[in-house]
Structure formats: structure tokens, C-alpha cells
Design a protein around this ligand. Structure first.
Ligand code: SF4
Length: 243
């Protein structure tokens, strides 16, 4: 069996789930890790964890829903699409163990939101300061394409995190899928057309900033460059610190 059986309690940013009816980020973490709502995604995340990529054949894959990660007092929320099959689905932490994460955390470190660029595993020492990283869908989907039904099923975790992350002023959306999910949740109407650097302000004052996703497809082709993603995070921290 290639799926990790360790308790979510061992996640460094998840401590003890709240007992009783009061929600907490720890409880959201625990519930995501244990979630089996979407049969197609459960089957996929677990089959990837069993079959593995050859270069990671000695790794024990996470193979479950991947919780959000970061600072409970975050003012900047980074929203991805979904865990990568051999990245977060392997390591159990968002944008960890793949090239997209290298790009993301390098930029966040430069902006003062991450303690280091390195993001290779849950025990690598990375901490976020003033930032939270999660995704619109919390399980790795085939071809990086969740269905609308899967997005809507996973919305419950977005709603709960939003309730609990009370200091958020800026949401950075990595790609159009995340942008659409965030605009829907924050009630942005009309929604400006997605484009790198495009901003929208929700009725609650939250600024939503678009970024091209730091996927290899975008970074290899030069569609997204380091100065481009740096500019997004520079803008996000500027807004977060002045509003
Ligand atoms: S995508 Fe979300 S709702 Fe669906 S199984 Fe994963 S964590 Fe649960």
C-alpha cells in the first residue's frame, strides 16, 4: 500500500483537532486529510500513490486530501488549483516537492512571506509568515482537471478556511481555475477577465490578484517569468501592509 497511514496530528501545522462544535484550522486540516467525498479523486490520488513516479519509487506517498498550510494570522492567501500528483500528493504539503513549488516559495521568500525558498518535504523547516497556501480542490485530479462538481464539493473547506482566516486582505489566485473559484466565493460580479496581474476588489474589501500558474508549462515557455511572479507578490504584500 502506497498511501500514508500516519495521523494528520503529525502534520507540523496541524496540532489537535478541536473537540466539540467549534471549528478550527486544525479541524479543517484533519477533515481534508480524511475526506473521501469525491470517488474519482480518491481513486486517482490513491492509485498515483501506489504506482508512483519511478524517481520517487522509494517515497511513501501522502495519497490523501492535502490541507492548507501557513500562518493562521495570514493577510495574504495563495490559492492554487489542486495538489500535484507527484508533488503535494506525494509530500502532503501544498506546492511541496515539485518545480511549481520551487517557483512559488522562491517568490514568497523574496516577498518576506516564507522563511526559505526550499520546499521539498513536510520536515524541511519551511514556515510562512503572514501567508496561507491552499487550493480550490484539495485532492490531486487526473490531468490537473477537477470537474465542476468536485470543485463545488470541496468548497466546504474553502468556506471554513475563509471563516477562520480572519485577517486576509489579499488573495493571490494561481491560474484561472482558482480565480473563478475565489470570485464565486467572494461574490465578485462582474468578474474581470483573468490575466496576469489583473486585480478585483470584493465587496468585503479583499483584493483578488491573478497570477499565471507557476506550472512547468508556463515557466518553461516563458509565459511566466520570475519578475512577473515577483511583481504579483510585491503587489500583494504592498496591499496587505497598507490596507
Ligand atoms: S476534492 Fe475535496 S471534497 Fe473531494 S475528496 Fe478531496 S478533499 Fe474531499
Amino acid at each position: 500500500m502506497g498511501v500514508r497511514t500516519e495521523s494528520f496530528l503529525l502534520l507540523p501545522w496541524c496540532t489537535q483537532p478541536t473537540v466539540g462544535g467549534v471549528d478550527s484550522l486544525d479541524k479543517v486540516c484533519a477533515d481534508i486529510s480524511a475526506c473521501g467525498t469525491c470517488p474519482r479523486l480518491v481513486q486517482w490520488r490513491e492509485s498515483v500513490a501506489i504506482e508512483k513516479r519511478a524517481s520517487f519509487r522509494n517515497d511513501e506517498y501522502w495519497g490523501k486530501g492535502v490541507p492548507g498550510f501557513g500562518d493562521p494570522n495570514a493577510t495574504v492567501w495563495v490559492m492554487g488549483l489542486a495538489p500535484a500528483a507527484h508533488g503535494a500528493n506525494r509530500t502532503g504539503r501544498m506546492f511541496t516537492g515539485d518545480r511549481s513549488g520551487d517557483w512559488l516559495y522562491r517568490a514568497m521568500h523574496k516577498a518576506g512571506l516564507a522563511t526559505q525558498e526550499l520546499s521539498v518535504g513536510r520536515d524541511d523547516g519551511l514556515q510562512l509568515t503572514g501567508a496561507w497556501v491552499s487550493s480550490a480542490v484539495r485532492c490531486a485530479p487526473p490531468d490537473n482537471k477537477p470537474t465542476i462538481d468536485e470543485r463545488d464539493a470541496c468548497r466546504t473547506y474553502l468556506v471554513r478556511e475563509r471563516e477562520l482566516l480572519t485577517q486576509i486582505r489579499v488573495v493571490v489566485c494561481l491560474g484561472s481555475f482558482a480565480y473563478e473559484a475565489v470570485c464565486k466565493e467572494w461574490g465578485v460580479k462582474p468578474r474581470p477577465k483573468f490575466g496576469h496581474g489583473v486585480e478585483a476588489v470584493a465587496t468585503d474589501g479583499t483584493t483578488i490578484i491573478c497570477s499565471f500558474h507557476p506550472s512547468q508549462q508556463n515557466t518553461f515557455t516563458g509565459k511566466l517569468t520570475e519578475p512577473m511572479i515577483d511583481a504579483v507578490f510585491s503587489r500583494a504584500t504592498e496591499i496587505a501592509s497598507t490596507r
